[in-house]
Write a protein that binds this ligand. Structure first.
Ligand code: UD1
Ligand code: UDP
Length: 377
């Protein structure tokens, strides 16, 4: 048996950890445990997903949240260290690029426990993003690296990480989407929100570069103001964004836009149902760029870069930044029906987590036979 301590802390981690916990739970040779760091803690940013995606109740919640990237990362490390010692796992597995990812990754290697990174190798090349630093650090200390797209393999190779520690397994985000699409589409979300398929947009916004600076936030609202005159926009608002809108005095401006429908953060299934039937999605989320590619729904990414280039090359994603000219050039193509359809990227087939379980158990069995663990640093 190989004992694996799996980590999740923030909303996008839950969709990624769900298929991994399922695959590990069904594997006779893996003994999985789940630690929630507490980074996201609102009912609608955390517990809801455990119920909907049938993620096992965490074995421990570290209860750390809030603060700057530094204080949050440090607090998670301090809280995780005794828990990691107590469980004494054979490996620690982290997903994605949030502060919980790097914090638990660093703690595990400080304790001499091999680290596994799922969604390794993604690079936006924007080092002002906390997430980019988290990705680089986590990859540099991981013993096994699982990539969702070929760019991940190439990026890791350039950083000297290649060979029998790096595996292209596909997207665990696609695993969760494909497993839940039927259930999501059966929900009455569209009638409840009073929209018809193909006649509305969905927006999410939470990236620091877009919502922490009042001028940047206001520039995006200029775009939104025009778009909502043509199409209703459903906007489940992230807690960071809601708080900043209040601080910057932008809440009233949003409320006065008649076709901008602000809601609480939505459950995964409701949100998936809305995205699946949307005319377009406007977002700065990482995961949603992948999901819209699988759904073949046009995605306008309100960022200058992406760590998921395959969604632009083969998928439905267009980077539009926050300049109105660039945005409306891409938007008009969509509304005029001039749009690119997606080719689903390789291995985004719903089986990424099974591949991860297979590689881990194979490598572990080899280690038991005296072969060196592939990723020993
Ligand atoms: C984090 C991740 C980001 C990810 C996003 C997904 C980092 C560096 N950032 O950003 O990569 O895309 O999650 O959603 O890890 N808050 C609440 N309730 C919650 C969660 C957050 O009120 O349940 C508020 C708190 O005021 C908190 C702020 O949002 O201080 C920011 O939360 P935090 O987890 O630090 O960063 P996110 O912006 O959520
Ligand atoms: N999501 C959700 N409800 C919402 C908004 C997003 O369930 O109201 C899901 C979305 O489908 C995706 C994940 O949250 O699976 C993405 O998380 P987020 O955008 O917070 O983080 P990122 O992917 O940018 O790190």
């Amino acid at each position: 048996m190989v004992k694996v301590l799996c980590i999740a802390g923030a909303r996008p981690n839950f969709m990624k950890i769900a298929p991994i916990m399922r695959a590990f739970g069904a594997h006779p040779e893996i003994e999985p445990y789940l630690i929630h760091t507490g980074q996201h803690y609102d009912e609608r940013m955390s517990r809801l997903f455990f119920d909907e995606l049938e993620i096992p109740k965490p074995d421990r919640n570290l209860g750390v949240h809030g603060g700057t990237p530094t204080s949050q990362t440090a607090a998670i490390m301090q809280a995780f260290e005794p828990v990691c010692k107590e469980y004494n796992p054979d490996m620690v597995l982290v997903v994605g690029d949030v502060n919980s990812t790097v914090a638990c990754g660093l703690t595990s290697v400080h304790l001499g426990i091999p680290l596994i990174h799922v969604e390794a190798g993604l690079r936006s090349r924007d080092r002002t993003m906390t997430e980019e630093i988290n990705r680089i650090v986590t990859d540099s200390i991981s013993s096994l690296l699982f990539c969702s797209e070929p760019s991940g393999i190439v990026n890791l190779g350039k950083e000297g990480r290649y060979g029998d520690k790096v595996f292209h397994v596909g997207s665990v985000i696609a695993d969760t989407l494909l497993a839940n699409l039927g259930k999501a589409k059966a929900l009455p979300t569209l009638s409840e929100m009073d929209v018809r398929p193909g006649t509305y947009g969905v927006m999410t916004l939470h990236r620091s570069s877009n919502v922490d600076d009042p001028a940047a936030f206001a520039r995006i609202l200029d775009i939104v103001e025009k778009v909502q005159k043509e199409y209703p926009i459903l906007f489940p608002i992230h807690p960071r964004t809601r708080k900043n809108a209040e601080t910057f005095g932008l809440t009233d401006r949003m409320r006065k836009m008649p076709n901008l429908r602000l809601t609480e953060p939505l459950g995964y299934l409701e949100f998936l149902n809305l995205n699946a039937h949307a005319k377009f999605v406007m977002t700065d989320s990482g995961g949603i760029q992948e999901e819209t590619t699988v759904l073949d729904v046009p995605c306008l990414t309100l960022r200058e870069n992406t760590e998921r280039p395959i969604t632009c090359e083969q998928g439905t994603n267009t980077l539009v930044g926050s300049e109105p000219e660039r945005f409306f050039a891409a938007f008009e193509k969509i509304t005029n029906g001039i749009r690119r359809h997606a080719t689903v990227p390789p291995l985004w087939d719903g089986k990424a987590a099974d591949r991860i379980a297979y590689v881990i158990t194979t490598k572990w069995a080899a280690k038991k036979c005296g072969k060196p663990f592939p990723g020993n640093l």
